[in-house]
Design a protein around this ligand. Sequence first.
Ligand SMILES: Cc1cc2nc3c(=O)[nH]c(=O)nc-3n(C[C@H](O)[C@H](O)[C@H](O)COP(=O)(O)OP(=O)(O)OC[C@H]3O[C@@H](n4cnc5c(N)ncnc54)[C@H](O)[C@@H]3O)c2cc1C
Length: 533
Amino acid sequence: MSRFDYIVVGAGSAGCVLAHQLSADPGVTVLLVEAGDADDNPLIAMPRGYGELLGDPSFVWHHPTLPFGPDQQVEYWVRGKTLGGSSSVNGMVYNRGSSSDYDALVRLGNEGWGWAEMLPAFTAIEGHQLDPSPTRGTRGPLHLSAAVDGEPLLEHVLAAGTKLGWQRVSDLNDVDGQRIGYTMATIGAGRRCSAADAFLHPIADRPNLTVALRTTVGRVILDGRRAVGIEGRRDGQAVEYSAMQEVILSAGALATPTILQRSGIGDSETLRSAGVKPVVNSPNVGARMREHRVFTLQYRLTQDAGYNRVLASQEGQQQAMVEYQTTGTGPMAAPSFDITAFFTSRPGLDRPDTQLQIAPFSILPPQPGEGMQIEQEPGMICIAYPLRPTSEGCVQITSADPDTPADIDPRYLTTAEDRATSVNMVRSVRTMLSTAPLASWIDRETVPGEQVQTDEAIIDAGLRTGGAGYHAIGTAAMGPRDEDVVDSRLRVRGVNGLRVVDASVLPIMVSGNLNGPVMALAWRAAHYLQAGA
Ligand SMILES: Cc1cc2nc3c(=O)[nH]c(=O)nc-3n(C[C@H](O)[C@H](O)[C@H](O)COP(=O)(O)OP(=O)(O)OC[C@H]3O[C@@H](n4cnc5c(N)ncnc54)[C@H](O)[C@@H]3O)c2cc1C
């Protein structure tokens, strides 16, 4: 059995940062284990190639949920399965969240995660296209640029936002108030910059770093109450690796709790009914999951604007590809959503509680396991979600077999607060769309449709036609109490030599998209690991 000082499970946003930081010390050996394969598909590097990738099981996991909502539908929660993890297939929106999110972590008893500590982590990783400033880094490996592509419709969208009192800004991460601007994206020179691009590929020749691809970890090997290695499968063969210092789970908020549970760490009753012998009774493993419920609104345009006319046909797609390959610009070079806004859903709030993202194209209803299909007629898509949901779902194994899907219960919008925020949010988006001069570009709302007006109908529509934000957190959340799965140094309670470093450890939602926050979190976590703290 091969031995390493550290074993990091999962080469996603967190795992790539950890591999980079831990292997910077030539005196330690690091194994990075990834279930997926290399990230060499050109659709990963091309920003809008990701729509196609989301349907391809060679590059993504499709985790089914339990049935939910008025139609009892099942959703498939997508996650990246390749080097870079979800950062290789995500929408590339770069968001840091609000400074108050991190200060709230400290108030919950998690010392070391406040804004004063997190801001330096963000500025260290950022390689901003904008000028340096005290709140912006330009020398880090993560390429960041704004999504300005000259589509005239988008300027009207920005103008409508400013009429509602939202400040138009060039860097959406620089201020915390109501604001709108071109999306800041993890894109450099027209190419996606995943966590693997920023942190892993540049250090591929470090002799003390080993990357095991196509290796799916089933469980952590425990010697009594100490993590001493991992076992899994590569290309159908059983493999084992041993860790001399620590095992770090960075498999993401859906997979990490299932690895813990299969290792005997979780709610004892859940483990027994799945056929796993409990070692540590930790009832919150897989519980307390929070996820954004994304409401989708689509509009038919009165004019031939936006990308549908180009992207709906094969001929148009080829033209867009040629434009991208020859100039690095055009619709294929943009992130998922060109415009982002943060606003308050009702008066009296001290900071935004909702996020809106807009792109000048529209899509057909998503089909399970398929990529995005563009509509023929000109259209525009808006997605919006309450930033800090309070509803809690869960992830629980039902079998010791890693190939058996876990039960994922989203429990979306189960709190009155989440429902009220969602309803106000949808009404605010509609107000924006009916603001001149943008209003003259809008023919009608096609999704959910103008007939959807009552509070109840809006919530039902959000559950039927919306989607997951791909931002699940909290399934191995940090906190100071015995019942919290990890402590503020991200050490798993009840076991030595085992940490969780990924989206699972956040007990409350960061306001917005998670890739940046997870990378910054891993950057800080590496300091604790290196200090043996
Ligand atoms: C489709 C999509 C769009 C998104 N859009 C955005 C966006 O625009 N902006 C943004 O900021 N965030 C976005 N996100 C969210 C963001 O990318 C994730 O929150 C973030 O990448 C999570 O990082 P992580 O390290 O926790 O997990 P991941 O990056 O998902 O990494 C987990 C890794 O572990 C591997 N793994 C899992 N199980 C095992 C196992 N048993 N053995 C070995 N390896 C395993 C996986 O294959 C994966 O590589 C999006 C996510 C998705 C899926």
